[in-house]
Design a protein around this ligand. Structure first.
Ligand SMILES: Cc1cc2nc3c(=O)[nH]c(=O)nc-3n(C[C@H](O)[C@H](O)[C@H](O)COP(=O)(O)OP(=O)(O)OC[C@H]3O[C@@H](n4cnc5c(N)ncnc54)[C@H](O)[C@@H]3O)c2cc1C
Length: 380
């Protein structure tokens, strides 16, 4: 089914809550709607919208905003040892899928819990958090090919996935409209725990995270608080562990960590991380270390991660070091708990407020560290 609305208010369709309108808003609820769409007759250009959680509308949109509201619930359609294939409609909220998977005891998306947005966009964005990227669990992408006017299946291997990157955002921009995504999950435990304090948070809850028992319920262990005397005959470390790791427990832990740091889109407008974390050369990193030690003392350690492409330095750290944490411009603010995020703090920030703050951050980081921050948020 296709619904059309002219001069449509988009303020509830973007998590930044920009008060903008589009000439035409089209909602497609079933795949069969595509062949019937007269693309040439739609106001141009055409923007495919998911949950609007990675976009900044910088002005009214002159063309058509097309929302995929295909909400086919997760369908488990193939299971073999070590692999469970599940297909989900593009318009399903990604976190609803994560909740479903955890409820079924299926491993795969738990570290991506609470990322806003829809399943279709997950494959565009290669969403990632806490050491997992969606490319790690993608099996197939079904899409309407606007160039050839037909449905196609796209193999994730052909999507050139990288850090928040894919062909959907570059070479294929505007060509494919994703209608369904198939994820490869597993009943075998495969927890990823060594990012962003996940293991520590689990251990504080009394969850066993030791590799030899992680996720493997032992006969004398059960999910939930430890049975009395369950520590007998084990190492001290195991004895203090009260819970066995499950996808559900890992999901709840990730949600707890995220809630402490990130703004809830239901309460304050934002599009999550506004900037990408830059990857730089070792020489450049040493120059940054020297600046940081001059600022913070000779023993100061700059947070960083080694990657195959170079050294990744958290943009949040740089923004903080430049004194931007909590800084306001009009109704916009660099988020106090996580300076990588720009928020619509007043609820009535304009695109100009956000863009102005963005420019100030980029200029300050560039002047101090000779790094041009690249926005993660797509500017429309
Ligand atoms: C508070 C907050 C926290 C966040 N945390 C994270 C995080 O931890 N990790 C992370 O990776 N991201 C994070 N994000 C960013 C955002 O949630 C993701 O990028 C998400 O995938 C965007 O999904 P969406 O449905 O809202 O897509 P939109 O923002 O609507 O669209 C994003 C892009 O995908 C395209 N698109 C959307 N649907 C389709 C489709 N069906 N077919 C073809 N193209 C499509 C759009 O045209 C656009 O180019 C966060 C955002 C917020 C607000």
């Amino acid at each position: 089914m296709i619904k059309k609305y002219t001069d449509f208010d988009l303020s509830a369709r973007n998590t930044f809550r920009m008060k903008v309108r589009c000439a035409l808003y089209v909602e497609v609820t079933e795949e069969v709607g595509f062949p019937a769409l007269d693309w040439a007759a739609l106001p141009q250009p055409i923007l495919v919208l998911g949950g609007g959680s990675n976009l900044l509308f910088t002005a009214d949109y002159p063309g058509t905003v097309l929302h995929l509201a295909i909400r086919t619930a997760p369908q488990l359609h193939e299971e073999k040892p070590g692999e469970v294939l599940v297909t989900v409609g593009a318009g399903v909220v990604f976190d609803d899928f994560c909740a479903w998977a955890a409820g079924e005891g299926l491993w795969g998306p738990e570290n991506l819990s609470l990322i806003p947005g829809e399943c279709g966009a997950s494959a565009v964005q290669n969403i990632g958090a806490y050491g997992v990227e969606v490319k790690d669990i993608l099996a197939d992408i079904r899409a309407w090919d606007r160039l050839e006017s037909r449905f196609v299946h796209i193999a994730p291997a052909s999507c050139a996935y990288g850090y928040r990157r894919s062909n959907f955002k570059t070479a294929w921009k505007g060509r494919y409209i994703i209608t369904a995504v198939t994820y490869r999950l597993s009943r075998d435990p495969r927890p990823v725990l060594d990012y962003g304090g996940v293991r520590k948070a689990l251990e504080e809850k009394g969850v066993s995270t030791y590799p030899e028992i992680s996720g493997h319920p032992r006969p004398d262990k059960r999910e939930g608080p430890a049975a009395e005397g369950s520590g007998r005959g084990r190492s001290e470390a195991e004895a203090i562990s009260g819970y066995v790791l499950t996808p559900q427990l890992l999901r709840e832990t990730i949600i707890g960590i995220r809630r402490a740091k990130l703004p809830d889109p239901a309460e304050v407008g934002s599009a999550g991380s506004f900037f990408c974390n830059p990857v730089i050369s070792r020489e450049h990193f040493h120059r940054i270390e020297a600046i940081a030690r001059a600022d913070n003392g000779p023993d100061y350690r700059v947070p960083h991660y080694d990657t195959p492409d170079g050294i990744k330095v958290p943009a949040a750290w740089m923004i903080d070091q430049c004194g931007f944490k909590g800084k306001r411009l009009g109704g916009a603010q660099v988020y106090q708990n996580q300076p990588l995020v720009i928020v619509n703090e007043s609820g009535s920030a304009t695109p100009e407020d956000i863009l102005g703050l963005e420019r100030q951050v980029i200029a300050a980081v560039s002047a101090k560290y000779a790094i041009i921050l690249r926005p993660e948020v797509e500017h429309i």
